[in-house]
Design a protein. Structure first.
Length: 100
């Protein structure tokens, strides 16, 4: 739609401007933009002041945080028992085939 394309915002910003301050962007930025897990969207100065962390350093921190905050989802005890029995049976049979 014309509203989704933001023609009014484009016209109001004009050449050389930015869209972050427009109402059109403010109304959509939380749902219209993908925020990746590892990339850093800070400007260079802010990133430098934060110690210039690399993507590898951030990835290391993120997996540790996620593991520390993990909560095992509920599973019906009967389902868990059936699953455990299945795993034990497969182990006794030699596990899953690996020649694929």
């Amino acid at each position: 739609s014309e509203d989704a394309l933001g023609f009014d915002a484009i016209q109001s910003v004009g050449p050389g401007g930015h869209f972050f301050g427009t109402q059109h962007t403010q109304d959509r930025y939380k749902t219209a933009f993908y925020s990746p897990i590892l990339s850093d969207w800070r400007n260079f100065e802010s990133w430098t002041e934060a110690g210039s962390p690399t993507a590898l350093e951030k990835a290391n921190r993120v997996w540790k945080e996620r593991l520390a905050s993990y909560e095992e989802p509920y599973m019906d005890p009967a389902t868990r028992e059936e699953l455990n029995d299945f795993v034990e049976k497969r182990r006794a049979e030699g596990g899953a085939p690996t020649d694929f």
